[in-house]
Design a protein around this ligand. Structure first.
Ligand SMILES: Cc1cc2nc3c(=O)[nH]c(=O)nc-3n(C[C@H](O)[C@H](O)[C@H](O)COP(=O)(O)OP(=O)(O)OC[C@H]3O[C@@H](n4cnc5c(N)ncnc54)[C@H](O)[C@@H]3O)c2cc1C
Length: 452
């Protein structure tokens, strides 16, 4: 062991007040499911990619809000047709190799993929690192500099100083259409009713086989709402088998686009979540009596502000399964609109249903080099609720990268649609199903061992 202890220090003053300049081919703002997919796809196309997020970590809500399940990735029913490939295919293939990280559950209508958010977070970080993407984290978008119909550069504030990023094309995967909004372009919000967010909570040390059925839970919450001061009475609590963990989606919070109100709502969301946990412990002691809160996610935000695109996807187009000349993503996820305090609208589709998202809904009409992806594309309130889940978000991210790659220094409104069609073929046409696979006892044992 050395005796010497270094004591040297040096004194300095801030000298350079200029923003750090970085440039690339495609800059993606927002590193959630849509933005990560866009960045990986653009890197695969050989583009120099810069990926920016205001959070200090990658993964957006997929990782940091602990959403816990991928929805909208598969067709309805049990034939297992996968709708979205690219990043989704890579991630499922890699994580399904590790016992207990991910599994598919085919419900009576929908198929969802449960995931371990830590594993998905690390998969994402490694995929981005290996793809050679330049990552700028903890960087809040402050300003968008336009040159006619093109975004020339964006200004960011980070805790380590300001930055300016120039690129040929930009993906708005911010969830709140922040890039489009700051570019001065028109955006939409809900006209009459706000769409609620949710504070997700992970409870550990539950007794899995005593978990109440959803109908029973809903009835009890409705009956006891006043007693416990529960605001929402349409709970979703799902067990991650083999781990003694339940993921709770039991609150409805406001998600305003105003800093003070947003911060207040975050604290209120956690207080509401604690009330829900108290309710579970007291009403179902055999399942939740010894449970502990393992984690609160970052505030879960569903629908806030979104772009005005060349095309607004409508609920009729969703219900009719309208296929567009420029379709770039598909899903069969139900209408899932959280626009009332107590409950939410849940309208499912038949087994063979598919609805599509056109490039027109991703592209603001007055800009040549912005493509939106994820939960801020143009749709009416109800239609958006059926396409903002992560399966189609991943497909939209890939399509945004492809469209900007085809546009180069030209306009995304003038790309060759036949070329685009070929590039997004798998996410629109591919129909190979995978065998229905339920969780086996062996899987559960692995899942439990993997988390010891
Ligand atoms: C409670 C809840 C439960 C849900 N359940 C499911 C489910 O089970 N399955 C499912 O598939 N989907 C579910 N969804 C929907 C889904 O999670 C989201 O719609 C989806 O994750 C959106 O992905 P995104 O990439 O568009 O946006 P986000 O994941 O929100 O990513 C946007 C990113 O942009 C960054 N950003 C925003 N503004 C700025 C700025 N000014 N500067 C820099 N960065 C910025 C944010 O930090 C964020 O990381 C749920 C949503 C909620 C809220």
């Amino acid at each position: 062991m050395a005796d010497h202890v270094e004591t040297g220090t040096k004194t300095l003053r801030r000298e350079n007040k200029l923003a750090q300049q970085v440039s690339g081919d495609i800059c993606v703002v927002g590193a959630g499911s849509a933005g990560i997919s866009a960045a990986l796809e653009a890197a695969r196309l050989g583009r120099k990619v810069i990926l920016v997020d205001g959070l200090p970590t990658l993964g957006g809500q997929m990782v940091n809000s602990i959403i816990g399940t991928f929805c909208g990735l598969f067709a309805n029913g049990t034939h297992g047709i996968q709708f979205t490939y690219g990043m989704a295919e890579d991630m499922l293939r890699d994580l399904e190799k590790v016992p207990g990280m991910i599994y598919r559950r085919h419900g009576p209508v929908t198929t969802v993929v449960y995931y371990d958010e830590v594993a998905v977070g690390r998969w994402t970080e490694e995929a981005v690192r290996k793809a050679g993407i330049t990552v700028v984290l903890g960087a809040v978008l402050r300003n968008v500099n336009m040159d006619g119909r093109r975004v020339k550069s964006i200004d960011l504030a980070t805790r380590y100083g300001d930055m300016t990023i120039s690129a040929t094309g930009f993906v708005d995967a911010s969830g709140d259409a922040t890039l489009t909004w700051l570019a001065g372009l028109p955006c939409r919000e809900s006209a009459n009713r706000q769409v609620h967010g949710t504070q997700m909570v992970v409870l550990e040390n539950i007794v899995e086989d005593k978990h109440p059925e959803r109908t029973e839970l809903t009835a009890r919450m409705t009956e006891k709402a006043k007693q416990y001061n529960l605001k929402r009475t349409s709970p979703v609590s799902f067990v991650i088998p083999g781990r003694g963990i339940a993921v709770l989606n039991m609150t409805h919070t406001d998600t305003p686009l105003e800093p003070l109100a947003a911060a207040r709502s975050q604290l209120e969301g956690k207080a509401q979540a604690d009330i829900a946990v108290d309710f579970l412990r007291k009403e179902y002691p055999e399942c939740f009596g010894n449970s502990r809160v393992r984690a609160y996610g970052n505030p879960g935000i569903r629908q806030t502000r979104w772009i005005v695109g060349r095309h607004q996807l409508t609920i009729d187009e969703v219900r009719n399964g309208t296929h567009f000349e420029d379709s770039v993503a598909r899903t069969a996820w139900p209408v899932e609109l959280h626009d009332s305090d107590k409950g939410y609208v849940w309208q499912t589709f038949p087994e063979d249903h598919v609805h599509y998202i056109p490039l027109g809904s991703l592209t603001p009409a007055d800009a040549d080099n912005i493509v939106a992806a994820g939960r801020c594309i143009d749709a009416d309130l109800a239609a958006l609720s059926s396409v903002r889940v992560m399966g189609p978000c991943i497909a939209m991210g890939a399509a945004a990268a492809q469209a900007l790659d085809l546009a180069g220094s030209g306009s995304v409104h003038q790309i060759d649609l036949n070329s685009l069609k070929k590039r997004v073929h798998d996410n629109i046409e591919r129909k190979d199903g995978q065998q229905k696979r339920e969780m086996t006892k062996e899987d559960m044992r692995h899942m439990s061992e993997a988390h010891r």
